[in-house]
Every structure is written in structure tokens, then in C-alpha cells.
Design a protein around this ligand. Structure first.
Ligand code: G3H
Length: 202
């Protein structure tokens, strides 16, 4: 694959409330972001679109798929569990301020070493790495020599995917900025590495 378009899902109800995890749908603003994404790619051919199994990821990919159909291409969409957001275990569905007040030991331990911290009955960035690498390998294998693929992932997932291509100290990975109105365009060949952050909506 020559071009990887790495997109984060649009704004969700949980994002607005500051909650983590779950399977919330997009807000009006999130749907507008997804539509803008679809318009942005309406003249580009993206034969493979990989999402997670969460509805926010599928909803964000939908206008891109529709745009491919309008151009007369049948893009393949595949939902991979490997791209599901980090499992926050006992903290799923909570707000960060709730975690800080009700489970301060979790909040503090994670703040001390966010990369290595693993949520009780959940995951951490350190344990997420193998799963995301597996998903990426699967996506690259399934898309063969397609000129372009898109992955519509999540904040933690996209941080891990970026760190796969971009050299980063592991402790910095959980803090990489992953916006919802811009995507990363990654071209990675033996000869060149290009990382471009592209805005697709105002
Ligand atoms: O729901 C999980 C978040 O997207 C991950 O963000 O690792 O910065 O808490 P965080």
C-alpha cells in the first residue's frame, strides 16, 4: 500500500460528556464531520476502508463508502476488532473527573506512567500494541497492492498506528494529538516517509 489515510471517528456523545470507552453514536457535529470527510475523498479512490466494530467508526466511514460508490467503485469495508478502542476495564463509560474522585489510585497510577498502565480488567497502551500491530498487518495483507487504504480508528488506536511508522519514545505515544477534523496521510516506502496532517472540515 502506498497511501494510508488514518482517520479518527467524528465527535460522539461520549466525547462531549468527556466519557471514555463505550459504543456511543456520533453527535450532529460528528455526522457533519463524517459528511465532510466523505466530500473530501469524493474524487479519490480508496479501495479498502477498515473500521473498528464500534458504531462511531462505521458511521464515520459511511459517507466515504458512499462517495466511492458514486464514483462507480465498490470499496471494501472491513470491521476489525483489532481496531476497537482501548478497553478501559473498570473505568469504561466513566468521565476522567469521576475516575479522579472515585478511583484516585487508578487516576494517579495512569498519570505517572500512562504507556505502561493497564486498567483493571482492561488494557493499557503497552498491551494494546500487539493487538493493533496484528490489525495493521491484517489490513495491509488484505489490501494487497491497493494504492490506498483508509483506517477509521480511535484516539488510542491511531496513536499506536502512528507510532508504528513514526519514531516516538513509548512514553510520548499516549499523548500524540489525534484530532477529529484532520487525518494523517502516511506514505511509507523504503525510500521515503511522509506524514501529513490534513484538515477536511472547517
Ligand atoms: O476512550 C479512550 C480514549 O480515547 C483514550 O484516551 O488514553 O488519552 O485516556 P486516553
Amino acid at each position: 500500500v502506498r497511501n494510508l489515510y488514518l482517520v479518527r471517528h467524528g465527535e460522539t456523545v461520549y466525547n462531549v460528556e468527556g466519557r471514555i470507552g463505550g459504543d456511543a453514536p456520533l453527535t450532529e457535529k460528528g455526522l457533519a464531520q463524517a459528511n465532510a470527510l466523505g466530500r473530501h475523498f469524493s474524487n479519490m479512490v480508496i479501495p479498502y476502508i477498515f473500521t473498528s466494530t464500534r458504531q462511531r467508526s462505521a458511521q464515520t466511514a459511511a459517507p466515504v463508502l458512499a462517495g466511492q460508490e458514486r464514483q462507480g467503485f465498490a470499496a471494501t469495508r472491513m470491521a476489525l476488532t483489532e481496531f476497537d478502542e482501548i478497553n478501559a476495564g473498570v473505568c469504561e463509560g466513566m468521565r476522567y473527573d469521576e475516575i479522579r474522585s472515585r478511583m484516585p489510585e487508578i487516576f494517579d497510577a495512569r498519570a505517572r506512567d500512562k504507556y505502561n498502565y493497564v486498567y483493571p480488567r482492561g488494557e493499557g497502551y503497552s498491551t494494546l500494541k500487539a493487538r493493533v500491530d496484528r490489525g495493521l498487518k491484517k489490513a495491509l495483507f488484505l489490501s494487497g497492492n491497493a494504492p490506498a487504504i483508509m483506517i477509521v480508528g480511535h484516539q488510542a488506536i491511531n496513536r499506536m498506528i502512528l507510532s508504528h511508522f513514526l519514531f516516538r519514545r513509548t512514553e510520548d505515544v499516549p499523548y500524540i494529538y489525534i484530532p477529529q477534523d484532520q487525518y494523517f496521510h502516511i506514505v511509507s516506502t523504503q525510500k521515503k516517509k511522509l506524514f501529513e496532517l490534513v484538515r477536511f472540515t472547517g
